[in-house]
Design a binder for this molecule. Structure first.
Ligand code: UDP
Ligand code: MG
Length: 362
C-alpha cells in the first residue's frame, strides 16, 4: 500500500539522538490520521545507529530502514531516501531534532489546501546556530545567488515537503553530487513556506565538520554556475588588451631608443602568447560548460496537464497540481481511490489521470 506521507531522515552516527527522535516523531505521526512511513537512511554509521534502527523497526512497522554501505554524505543519503520513499508527499527531516517535526501537519495541510508542490521549512530564528555558521551560510547564499540564476531562500535548509511529482522530477535528474536545497527551488514548482524556530541539536555533535561544509559549498557552486569557467574567457580578453598596449609601449620605447636589443620582441611575444593561451582556455571552458549543462540533463520544463492524455486516460508525463486549486487527488472519493492502481513505480501523474478518467466514465 502507498502511504500518503513519507518522512525521510538521513542519519550518520546518531545513536544518542535516535531514542529522542522516535519518542517525539511516532506519537506525532500516529496522531495525524494519515497513512505514513518513516524512511530512516543509515548513512554508513559506525556507532549503534544501525542496530537501534533494527530494534525500533521491530516494534514500529512504519519505520523502514535503508542502510547505505558506506558514508555517502548528507545530500546523498537524502537522495537515497527520496528514491526509496513511496508516499504521495515526502518530507525530509534531519535526525537531530533541530528542525521540529511538529510542523509536518502544517506543511501537509499547506500542500493540500493550496495545491502546491513544495513547502519549505524556513527558519525565522537561527540564534541557536553558531555565529560562524550563520555568517558563512549568509555569505554562501549570497555568492550562489550572484553567480547563478537560482534563488533559494537563505533560511531554508533541507527541511521541506515535496509532492510525488516533485520527488519524481528530482529522482529523474541524472546528475551526481546534487545539492537538494538548490535543485528543488531551481525546478520552480509552485511552493509555500512554513516558518519555525531552529532549536539546538537534541543530543550528540554536529556531523558537518568544516570539510563537509566546504564540499557542500563547492558542489553548490559548480552545480549551479559555470561562471568560474568563464573566468578564463574574461581573463583572456583582458590579457589580449594588455598585450596590445604592451606591444605598443615596446614599439614606442624602441623607436625612442630606450631599449636593450631583444627586449621589444621578448616582451611582445610573452604578452601575445599569454593572451592567446588564456583565450584558448576560455574557449575550451565555454564548450566544457555546455557539455556540463548537457550532462546534468536538467529538463527545461515539466508538463503539468495535457487535455489529450487526461481525456484518453493515458499515462501522462510528470504531473504537478495546478496552483491555487486543491490537490486533485484529495478530491477523489474513497471508492475512486480504491479503484486506482497504487503500484509504487507508477508516477502520481498516471494515478491522477486514471482517477480523472474513472470519474468521467463513472
Ligand atoms: N548526516 C548524514 N551523513 C553525513 C553527515 C550528516 O546523513 O555524512 C545527517 C545527520 O545525521 C543529520 C543531518 O545529516 O541527520 C544533518 O547533520 P548535522 O545535524 O550534523 O548538521 P548541522 O545541523 O550541524 O549542519
Ligand atoms: Mg543539525
Amino acid at each position: 500500500m502507498v502511504p500518503e506521507l513519507s518522512v525521510v531522515i538521513p542519519m550518520y552516527n546518531e545513536e544518542e539522538v535516535l531514542p529522542l527522535l522516535v519518542e517525539r516523531l511516532r506519537p506525532l505521526l500516529e496522531g495525524m490520521g494519515t497513512t505514513y512511513e518513516v524512511v530512516a537512511v543509515d548513512d554508513g554509521s559506525k556507532d549503534l545507529t544501525a542496530a537501534l534502527l533494527q530494534r525500533y523497526h521491530r516494534e514500529w512497522p512504519q519505520l523502514r530502514v535503508v542502510r547505505l554501505r558506506a558514508n555517502a554524505g548528507h545530500q546523498a543519503a537524502i537522495s537515497a531516501g527520496l528514491a526509496s520513499a513511496l508516499g504521495d508527499y515526502v518530507v525530509t527531516l534531519d535526525a537531530d531534532l533541530q528542525d521540529p517535526p511538529e510542523i509536518i501537519p502544517q506543511m501537509l495541510a499547506a500542500a493540500k489546501t493550496d495545491g502546491v508542490d513544495v513547502v519549505y521549512g524556513v527558519r525565522n530564528d537561527r540564534s541557536s546556530d553558531t555565529w560562524f555558521k550563520r555568517a558563512s551560510a549568509q555569505a554562501f547564499y549570497r555568492l550562489i545567488g550572484l553567480m547563478s540564476q537560482t534563488s533559494a531562500h537563505a533560511d531554508a535548509g533541507d527541511y521541506r515537503l515535496m509532492s510525488r511529482a516533485t520527488v519524481d522530477a528530482v529522482n529523474s535528474l541524472p546528475e551526481h553530487n546534487r545539492v537538494l536545497r538548490f535543485i528543488v527551488p531551481a525546478l520552480n514548482f509552485p511552493s509555500d513556506t512554513v516558518e519555525y524556530k531552529r532549536d539546538q541539536r537534541a543530543a550528540g555533535d554536529s556531523k558537518y565538520p568544516l570539510m563537509k561544509m566546504v564540499k557542500l559549498s563547492l558542489d553548490s557552486l559548480t552545480g549551479f554556475s559555470t561562471a568560474p569557467l568563464r573566468l578564463a574567457t574574461f581573463a583572456g580578453f583582458g590579457g589580449a588588451l594588455v598585450a596590445v598596449l604592451l606591444v605598443l609601449y615596446t614599439l614606442i620605447s624602441r623607436s625612442q631608443g630606450h631599449t636593450v636589443a631583444g627586449w621589444t620582441s621578448t616582451v611582445a611575444i610573452v604578452a601575445a602568447v599569454g593572451a592567446v593561451q588564456l583565450v584558448c582556455v576560455g574557449i575550451l571552458g565555454e564548450y566544457i560548460g555546455r557539455m556540463y549543462a548537457h550532462m546534468q540533463g536538467r529538463p527545461t520544463y515539466f508538463i503539468a496537464y495535457d487535455s489529450m492524455t487526461a481525456e484518453a486516460g493515458e499515462r501522462g508525463p510528470t504531473d504537478t497540481p495546478l496552483p491555487a486549486h486543491p490537490h486533485p487527488e484529495n478530491l477523489q472519493t474513497d471508492t475512486v481511490r480504491a479503484g486506482l492502481d497504487r503500484a509504487p513505480a507508477q508516477p502520481q501523474s498516471a494515478r491522477l489521470h486514471e482517477a480523472e478518467s474513472t470519474q468521467l466514465r463513472g
